[in-house]
Design a protein around this ligand. Structure first.
Ligand SMILES: *Cc1c(COP(=O)(O)O)cnc(C)c1O
Length: 386
């Protein structure tokens, strides 16, 4: 059976796939249908936190699968409650709403912010300010939140109530706050799809200050930067701020769909019975995987992420064909002289999988990738950039 032809014929053409069929693998090594192996610096876009088929993760998921694969949200399950407690204790947030994806986690954040503002500041206060070059998801509301017009084309009209300001430009933010009745500011501290661009610390602290003095909520979209990816449990923790709402997904469960919207003190009781829901949200198998993943994201593991990140930055910086390396921890963007697509293809030909973001090569390796594999892969990347 020609899987590629089958996929081309029957799966909607929303993804431009590489001519590569992944059949399995272990850890940071993936295998294609011919048995060829690849070192994976993409982790399924920051999802497989510990790589493919990690033993500890698999055991946690399979154990829960054998007990109860799903029940409705009309009943309690242990993994859901335990995971919510863990997330709150690790972040200082107060309550969690579980969903299945990053877009849904942001959707809930937006709904919570709107209801908070409606109750606190009146029905005209609903606008969410986000940054140009941001990415917040593909549902209509999160698309409207996304500050990249190329994603908006052909899907108009988008829901009202979103405004964009320039990243790292507090005066533009202030201008937009003056022109609009803003309920919340939503940021990614490292803009992932936007090319792996960390926001400047002064800008982020300035935003947090503005939000505080003007009684505006601060939402951190940690869908990609969260769950250890940047070398801290959540990316905002690099900046010394405390958001009011944190959304996350991708790496949270380590390979199964799970979104979480963490609600801080100001908004913990805003959403009440019937306000929001999800049939699959908080699925016990996904929550069991997330508990196992979060337990392992301790100081040692995070130090390892930072060490690996520094290794990559040091190895790539100043090499021929490499203009810049941006990012934090194991969320890195590489600006290359050659088109990123060419570098990605050369890497693939030489058994290394890397990603792209906004014209850059993007690296999101498994958080525990063995150093020897990482060195091998980085050397292939360096060659490919020349
Ligand atoms: C990937 C991503 C999303 C969307 O997540 P999905 O799970 O694809 O819906 C939202 N925000 C950020 C920052 C992301 O990187």
């Amino acid at each position: 059976m020609d899987i590629k032809a089958l996929d081309q014929q029957y799966v909607a053409h929303t993804y431009q796939r590489f001519p590569l069929q992944i059949t399995g693998g272990k850890g940071a090594v993936l295998t294609d249908e011919t048995g060829k192996q690849y070192i994976d610096l993409g982790s399924g876009i920051a999802v497989n936190a510990f790589g493919m088929g990690d033993d500890i993760w698999q055991q946690a998921v399979i154990a829960q699968l054998g007990k109860c694969q799903h029940t409705s949200n009309l009943y309690y399950t242990e993994p859901c409650a335990v995971l919510a407690k863990m997330l709150c204790e690790k972040t200082g947030m107060k309550k969690v709403f579980f969903s299945n994806s990053g877009a849904e986690a942001n959707e809930c954040a937006i709904k919570a912010a709107r209801k908070w503002a409606a109750l606190k500041k009146g029905p005209d206060c609903y606008t969410v300010l986000t940054l140009w070059n941001s990415f917040h998801g593909r549902t209509l509301a999160t698309l409207a939140a996304t500050g990249q017009e190329k994603f908006h084309q052909d899907f108009l009209p988008l829901p009202a109530g979103f405004v964009h300001a320039k990243a790292n430009d507090l005066s533009d933010v202030e201008a937009k706050l003056a022109e609009n009745n803003v309920a919340a500011i939503m940021i990614e501290v490292v803009q992932g799809e936007g090319g792996v661009m960390p926001l400047e610390p002064d800008f982020v602290r300035g935003l947090a200050e503005l939000a505080k003095t003007r009684e505006i909520l601060l939402i951190c979209d940690e869908v990609q930067a969260g769950n250890g990816r940047t070398g801290k449990l959540y990316g905002y923790m690099h900046y010394g701020i405390q958001p009011d709402i944190v959304s996350t997904a991708k790496g949270l469960c380590g390979g199964l769909p799970l979104g979480a919207t963490m609600l801080g003190e100001k908004v913990e009781d805003v959403l009440t019975y019937g306000d929001h829901g999800s049939t699959f949200g908080g699925n016990p198998v996904c929550c069991a995987g997330a508990i196992s993943t979060l337990r392992r994201l301790d100081e040692d593991l995070l130090a390892g992420v930072q060490m690996r990140g520094r290794y990559i930055v040091d190895a790539l910086t100043g090499k021929p064909g490499i203009k810049a390396v941006t990012g934090l921890g194991l969320m890195l963007g590489v600006e290359t002289e050659k088109p990123a697509s060419e570098v990605i293809q050369t890497c693939m030909d030489h058994g290394v999988l890397v990603l792209s973001a906004h014209g850059r090569v993007r690296l999101l390796p498994p958080l525990n990738i063995p150093m020897d594999l990482l060195e091998q892969a980085v050397n292939v990347l360096i060659e490919a950039c020349q």
